[in-house]
Design a protein around this ligand. Structure first.
Ligand code: CP3
Length: 343
């Protein structure tokens, strides 16, 4: 029964004796079975668009660890591709995209409602997962938040400081806002379709929210997220939304109050006493073990895991990492973490 899934209970505001747990990037290169399926698919994007294999890699960490949630296997950069950008991945380096820096290029993007043909395999992945997941496991869909997706579309790659996106924002605000608005509209449509295909929760990844300050943060991180959540809630008021304004710092508080998310995902820098006092009294929080500890292991992994569980034990909490697990993590350390949580 849906209302007994632990993750959904925490998202509904219940304080549980043991928090439900999943990990960002739980299907990934630290797992040998992931690498084998990825090789079978040929490359990363082919894996994303192959519904059977994408469902298979989503299920692998559930089988191995029994997490409380499965996050569908896909990538935030499939939305730019569906909007007409060229996207490819260079092994060992990361994503590359055709860039958008002019008004003409922004105007040439496809309309938001033209994304679904390209993204149809993702909806099929979700339908397969709803059939195949254990009844206690919650299915999470996701998208990138508009600012984070825009940073890749404008720069054509990942950047340490998001300088190209800031430059476009500061020199040609109309074009910058046109790109952001198109991503926002497409993201609403994409997430609505994910919910209709079986996602029980959706998460918005704003990995680069921390590089927006002051009024820019409000206009380009907070406001698009608020708009997306309002549109989802208008149609699906009971589907919980997790928001991840990574490295927003003290701005996590005003963000939490404004956007209407059911849960705030915390990055590794968020102080947990502050999170418990300021964020958790209004709802669920998720976080925030340093992914480096999944490489290091040992006593520090155990003590940090227990510290987080204890610090957030007074309210609704989903245990997770503060960012994605890395390829050099030891799969055995995940068992150590789970034992420290579930004991
Ligand atoms: O969390 C999950 O297990 C679900 C799948 C998922 C992936 N990417 C798979 C992936 C999710 C939720 C994402 C989100 C994503 N993608 C974000 C936001 C979260 C974050 O990490 O900050 C971002 C910024 C991207 C864009 C992206 N995709 C980058 C920068 C890279 C290269 C970096 C890297 O780790 O290689 C990717 C590739 C990617 N996305 C991989 C996986 C498993 C590795 C690709 C491979 O198998 O070679």
């Amino acid at each position: 029964m849906t209302e007994q899934k632990k993750l959904l209970r925490a998202l509904a505001g219940e304080t549980l004796d043991t928090p439900p747990v999943w990990m960002m990037r739980q299907a990934g290169r630290y797992l040998p079975e992931y690498k084998a399926t990825r090789a079978q698919a040929g490359d990363f994007l082919s894996l994303c668009y192959n519904s059977d294999l994408a469902a298979e890699v989503t299920l692998q960490p559930i089988r191995r660890y029994g997490f409380d949630a499965a996050i569908m296997f896909a990538d935030i950069l499939l939305v730019p591709q569906a909007l007409g950008a060229d996207v490819w991945f260079v092994t060992g380096e990361g994503p590359r995209l055709s860039t958008i820096t002019t008004a003409d290029q922004a105007a040439a993007l496809k309309p938001a409602d033209a994304i679904h043909d390209k993204l149809a395999p993702i909806y099929e992945t979700l339908r397969i997962l709803r059939r195949e997941l254990p009844s206690e496991t919650t299915l999470i869909g996701f998208a990138g938040a508009p600012w984070t997706v825009a940073t890749y579309m404008i720069a054509g790659r990942g950047t340490p400081d998001q300088a190209p996106a800031h430059a476009l924002k500061n020199t040609d605000r109309a074009t910058f806002e046109a790109v952001l608005d198109r991503i926002t509209d497409a993201t609403i449509q994409y997430l609505l379709m994910q919910i209709e295909a079986g996602a029980e929760v959706v998460k918005l990844f704003d990995s680069w929210a921390g590089s927006l300050k002051g009024d820019d943060f409000n206009k380009y991180a907070l406001e698009p997220t608020r708009k997306i959540i309002a549109a989802l809630k208008a149609k699906h008021p009971n589907i919980p939304v997790i928001a991840f304004p990574r490295e927003a710092g003290p701005a996590y508080a005003e963000f939490a109050k404004a956007v209407g998310a059911d849960c705030l995902a915390l990055d590794t820098k968020v102080d947990l006493k502050w999170a418990a006092d300021v964020l958790q009294k209004d709802g669920c929080v998720q976080g925030n073990l340093d992914p480096k500890l999944m490489v290091e292991g040992g006593d520090r992994l155990i003590s940090e895991t227990k510290r987080i569980v204890k610090a957030l034990s007074g309210g609704p909490h989903i245990f997770n990492l503060g960012h994605g697990i890395t390829p050099d993590a030891d799969p055995e350390n995940v068992h150590v973490m789970l034992e420290a949580i579930r004991g």
